[in-house]
Design a protein around this ligand. Structure first.
Ligand code: HEM
Length: 460
């Protein structure tokens, strides 16, 4: 069997590089081997990385029975639950996606704009002039707060307040390297009591489950059809046969939607970092934001071309998720190679975004490249592709752009540590290797109208 080139370093070194600094591993392999290379990792079949747009197209347009993606997400099972769309393939996967997607798209999504701006403004108002802000943790908290409010609504019942708090606690624990290790290495998942890592996770999980099921039961008992939060929309959704989701499905899809918050936080953080490093881009963005006639029109803000190009360029240079992976269920042919059943086929997002022929001078942050030409969905794809494309592909940039616009149009920030960042592995994908800290140095002008609204219309 003819196989693509493979790094000669021992496999345990490769696994270590992949597990800690995946972008470094991808950079060095793509430079040495070009469009396709493979790795052999203990416990896995062949792992094949491709970064040529034609090959990416072949992966994303292959018939659904070619691959399993559920197998890739197996480590998330203890977090998202058995009925999560992530852990399904084929028809069940299509059903779950069709039930969840409408809540995150189109008009539904636009209702959340005011809320995103308001929560961002609240976070910034807590910062003191001249003091250092740990923007990394602020973005994590803000992003989780936004998604929790959008999923459960704004009601301040004791049950909901408690539920949001418990979720915060649980997700903060899931992000710790110790817990990630337990997710990756199944044999570590032993409950040695409430003070052990896994025991603590199970306790938090149990508390969250109880509160979430109680909230679902409450809403089933007292339906409020006018509600537009995601949980209510999921409860109202029906499949092609007219069937609604069960309590367990609702629970698991809520967990699934919540897992996306961290990638949005990383993308927003990196874009704020890039803006501080490139004052000319920041100035151009401010001019664009100042030109908006109605600053409370969040849909108009999200459509601004330069703001959009900044969010695209940030996710090109710092994609929060660096690869989209599949497991071959039938032999798969790509770039004149044929890979057996069980091979892991990797659409290498990071390396495609680094291709000199597509993005000249690829290490340079240059939003203008997205205004000068259009890229196909196989040349630029931070959200993956095909029938497994990220369900947050519309919502994530929407949130990212509104958070950026709110901060940039009113606040002046300055990096307190100017050193370049590198991407390292974190819970969901990759993130900067150090906390990004900035100082609040001043205000530009008065509070924008958009944030003076105390309760976003309709999101209850
Ligand atoms: C900037 C933020 C985000 C980035 C860069 C990102 C990126 C990705 C990527 C690359 C994939 C794999 C796609 C594939 O295999 O082809 C994915 C899958 C997924 N993402 Fe995101 N994501 C982001 C935010 C979100 C958000 C906000 C949510 C929740 C609303 C979310 C939920 C999911 C789910 C459920 C999947 C699995 C989809 C499936 O298997 O059908 N992500 N994401």
């Amino acid at each position: 069997m003819k196989l693509p080139p493979c790094p000669r370093t021992p496999s345990f070194v490769q696994v270590y590089q992949w597990a800690t600094r995946p972008t470094h591993f991808l950079d060095s392999c793509a430079q040495r081997f070009g469009d396709i290379f493979m790795a052999r990792w203990p416990g896995y079949g062949l792992t094949v990385f491709v970064n040529h747009p034609e090959a990416i197209k072949q992966i994303f347009t292959a018939p659904p029975e070619t691959f399993s993606t559920a197998q890739i997400y197996e480590i998330l099972r203890p977090v998202v639950g058995d009925q999560s769309l992530m852990l399904m393939d084929g028809k069940p996967h299509r059903r779950q996606r069709s039930l969840v997607m409408p809540a995150l798209h189109g008009e539904r999504m636009r209702l959340y704009g005011q809320l995103i701006c308001k929560l961002t403004e609240q976070m910034m108002e807590q910062q003191e002039l001249g003091e250092e802000i740990n923007l990394s943790s602020c973005m994590q908290t803000l992003s989780l707060n936004i998604v929790l409010q959008i999923v459960f609504g704004l009601d301040e019942t004791d049950q909901l307040i408690q539920l949001r708090q418990k979720f915060m606690e649980m997700f903060n624990w899931i992000r710790s390297p110790l817990l990630i290790l337990h997710l990756v290495v199944k044999s570590l998942r032993i409950n040695w009591g409430p003070w052990s890592a896994w025991g603590r996770y199970l306790r938090l999980r149990n508390e969250v489950d109880k509160l979430l099921y109680a909230e679902i039961a409450q809403r089933r008992k007292y339906p409020q059809p006018e509600r537009t939060d995601i949980l209510s929309l999921l409860m109202a959704a029906h499949d092609e046969e007219g069937q609604p989701m069960s309590d367990k499905e609702l629970h698991d899809e809520v967990m699934t939607v919540l897992t996306g918050y961290e990638s949005v936080a990383t993308a927003t953080l990196c874009s704020l970092y890039c803006l501080q490093k490139h004052p000319e881009v920041l100035q151009k963005l401010r001019q664009e934001l100042d030109s908006i006639s109605d600053p409370s029109d969040t849909n108009a803000i999200a459509k601004l071309p330069y703001l959009t190009a900044i969010s695209q360029e940030t996710m090109r240079l710092y994609p929060p998720v660096v690869v989209a992976m599949r497991v071959a269920k039938t032999p798969f042919e790509v770039m004149n190679y044929r890979f057996p059943v069980g091979s892991q086929i990797v659409a290498d997002i990071y390396s495609v975004h680094q291709r000199q022929d597509l993005f000249p001078n690829p290490k340079q942050f240059k939003p203008e490249r997205f205004l000068e030409r259009q890229f196909s969905q196989y040349e630029y794809f931070p959200f993956g592709g095909g029938d497994r494309r990220c369900i947050g592909y519309a919502f994530a940039p929407f949130q990212m752009k509104l958070v950026l616009a709110t901060i940039v149009s009113r606040y002046k920030l300055q990096l307190t540590d100017d050193r370049p960042i590198r991407l390292v592995r974190n819970a969901a994908g990759v993130a900067p290797d150090k906390d990004i800290k900035m100082m609040l140095t001043g205000y530009r002008h008065q509070k924008p109208k958009s944030t003076s609204i105390s309760t976003p219309i309709n999101v209850r």
